[in-house]
Design a binder for this molecule. Structure first.
Ligand SMILES: C[S@@+](CC[C@H](N)C(=O)[O-])C[C@H]1O[C@@H](n2cnc3c(N)ncnc32)[C@H](O)[C@@H]1O
Ligand code: SF4
Length: 371
């Protein structure tokens, strides 16, 4: 059995960005402390759900960098004491607004190896319109700081923003490449219902259309490639083989354990979700009544389809022999219809099935031909 990943969710931010519907709110230090107490308590019970090895730890959110001093170390200690010291990649998501020298030193001392920074854009007008708390110069400082402290660094770029053009992408790619950032996640803006952005759009805000978004993505992929970044998943690019080991576990359907509110986990065929009610979570962990909000056991067919669906988002594609071994099927027979329908969009040599790079942006439509 391969080692599991551990995901820990922090549902706090200093303020909400206009586009974001992730589970996060502004909260006092007191509430943060109560949450971390409950979270650590849940982690210490982790052996009840998983008794194997774990080798990646990912603290996401929300904004883990806005937690009070010492919180990340408490989480790391709880994970270490429960699952042993075999963590080889330890990522913390940080906002440039809450990543100063003190925070960087604190995270380094807690054993963090990798910082994922929400940069989004280098256009100050765009950052302001998105409701980001930082400008481009703070984001650049945060990037230099993260690299200077010796972390592996990933920077998030958002695409399809109102007023964004190729120059924004060029500025981002040149800077991160020269600064020594080895990993970039490039996300297409999603207008989430109920967000202020959705209201802006309803009130007439014009966003780039599908063709313009496709052009921005292609441009970003090309510029990243010109600067030595290799795409390994539809939205993820890295240099020097520095893939995110933790996220790769999701995409290859390894086990991942989830702790904290709004966290999703999977062990074997079981998938579970911790729910999004922070107060309810704190109370139930403290009084010993905590249960997952949803739990489901995947059927063989569901697991197989998900494996292929996730694998097709990877540039390496689906390992056909592994699928045959894991699910006891003959791949070519089982997926005969899909293989015919998608023939011109994929590479299939009997060992590997992968979407041709030029069709990466329409991966979902191609995936639907198989599942
Ligand atoms: C948890 S945040 C990263 C850390 C920190 N909270 C921050 O924003 O700086 C994860 C990333 O998801 C992306 N994201 C969030 N909402 C999105 C949306 N509606 N569309 C596209 N990307 C989004 C942003 O790029 C963001 O950096
Ligand atoms: S994008 Fe990051 S900082 Fe902004 S609200 Fe979402 S989680 Fe918080």
């Amino acid at each position: 059995m391969s080692a599991a990943g551990i995901y820990v969710h922090i549902p706090f931010c200093r303020s909400k960005c206009r586009y974001c519907d992730f589970v996060s709110v502004c909260a006092s230090d007191g509430k943060q402390k109560r949450y971390i107490d409950a979270l650590v308590r849940e982690i210490y019970t982790g052996r009840k759900i998983f008794d194997g090895e774990a080798d990646t730890l990912y603290i996401g959110g929300g904004t883990p960098s806005c937690l009070f001093e010492g919180a990340v170390k408490r989480i790391a200690d709880a994970v270490g004491e429960t699952f042993g010291g075999g963590i080889k990649e330890f990522t913390v998501e940080c906002n440039p607004d809450s990543f100063d020298d003190k925070k960087a030193a604190e995270l380094k001392a807690a054993g963090v190896t990798r910082i994922s920074l929400g940069v989004q854009s280098f256009d100050d007008n765009i950052l302001k319109a998105l409701g980001r708390r930082h400008d481009s110069s703070q984001a650049k400082d945060a990037i230099r700081r993260a690299v200077g402290f010796g972390f592996d660094v990933s920077a998030d770029l958002m695409l399809g923003l109102a007023g964004q053009d190729e120059r924004d992408i060029d500025a981002f790619v040149s800077f991160v490449s020269e600064a020594g950032v080895e990993h970039v996640s490039a996300y297409m803006l999603k207008v989430e219902e109920g967000t202020p952005l959705a209201l802006d759009v309803k009130n007439g805000l014009v966003l780039p259309g599908d063709d313009d978004c496709a052009a921005l993505y292609d441009h970003a992929a090309k510029r990243l490639s010109d600067n030595g970044y290799v795409r390994y998943e539809t939205s993820n690019f890295c240099k020097d083989g520095k893939r995110c080991l933790h996220n790769t576990k999701y995409w290859t359907m390894c086990d991942y354990l989830a702790f904290g509110v709004a966290a999703h986990g999977k062990t074997g065929k079981k998938r579970y979700y911790n729910g999004s009610d922070t107060d309810g979570y704190i109370k139930s962990v403290n009084d010993g009544t905590h249960v997952y909000e949803t739990e489901e056991i995947l059927s063989d067919e569901e697991e197989l389809k998900e494996y292929v669906m996730l694998g097709l988002r990877l540039d390496d594609g689906v390992d056909v022999r592994e699928v045959e071994r894991r699910f006891g099927i003959d791949f070519s027979i089982y997926f005969e219809k899909g293989l015919k329908k998608a023939a011109r969009y994929v590479v299939f040599d009997g060992e590997k099935l992968a979407i041709r790079p030029e069709y990466a942006l329409v991966a979902n439509s191609i995936i639907n031909m198989f599942v």
